[in-house]
Ligand binder design. Structure first.
Ligand code: MN
Length: 244
């Protein structure tokens, strides 16, 4: 049995808004499959009946996927006008899932919003928009076709798990985020920073079996860039190693 890797999903309206979809971009599924894991798409649920405990029991590892803004109330701020409307159901589910995964030491890979959710769930904070910190590059917040481009560069910090996984000191990456880490959660450390402006582009919890997160989108890059496939392979390997 391949290691089962849960992938967080989101809710999407049909164009006519008559139906909602529990959705995941297929690139996440493809990346986990290519890395040797069995992708398990996790639907958003409230935790009235212990669903989150059951989710964690059903998987050996987790990917927290990209998406919209986390409600600033989770890190003690009121929403800036530049903060996008949060998805309350998704926020609630993912914050609870992240805290439960942290408590259980489930191997976790966070991507973009996933990095931000992990940081907030563990007590960190975010900048609500690029404009909140003077000198921050506008290149982080690409749209449309630009999302596929390797739009800016990151420095992968030596001595980190991320560096050991990727095996490179620098990488050009995709970037689709207008929020970013302000204060790292207690026990987390930065593992990568943007070459353009020094913002946090990666984090990890060093004293855990596997908690690695990146602000870019390795699921858009893994087919052409082995150092980004390596992130998914490292998650699958940790899930394999730690399962009962
Ligand atoms: Mn970026």
């Amino acid at each position: 049995m391949r290691p089962r890797i849960g992938i967080t999903s989101w809710l999407r309206d049909d164009s006519d808004r008559l139906e909602r979809w529990a959705a995941v971009r297929d690139t996440y599924v493809g990346a986990i499959r290519t890395a040797g894991g069995l992708p398990i798409i996790l639907p958003i649920a409230d935790d009235d009946s212990g669903v989150i405990t059951d989710c964690l029991a059903a998987v050996n590892g987790l990917v927290f996927t990209g998406g919209g803004d986390v409600a600033p109330a989770y890190y003690g701020e009121s929403a800036d006008v530049r903060c996008h409307e949060p998805d309350r159901e998704r926020d609630l589910f993912e914050i609870h899932l992240a805290r439960a995964a942290l408590a259980r030491r489930t191997p976790v890979l966070g991507i973009c919003r996933g990095l931000q959710i992990l940081n907030v769930a563990a007590g960190g904070t975010l900048y609500q928009d690029i404009g909140c910190r003077p000198g921050t590059s506008p290149l982080h917040a690409t749209r449309g076709e630009e999302r596929r481009k390797l739009i800016h560069a990151v420095r992968v910090l030596p001595g980190t798990r991320l560096h050991a996984i990727m095996g490179v000191a620098e990488s050009r990456v995709t970037s689709t985020h207008h929020q970013f880490v302000k204060d790292l959660a207690p026990g987390f450390r930065a593992t990568a920073e943007s070459l353009e402006d020094g913002i946090v582009e990666g984090l990890e919890q060093p004293d855990r079996p596997f908690l690695v997160a990146v602000q870019w989108h390795p699921e858009r890059m893994y087919q052409d860039h082995p150092e980004h496939l390596a992130l998914f392979q490292a998650l699958v390997a940790a899930a394999e190693q730690l399962r009962g």
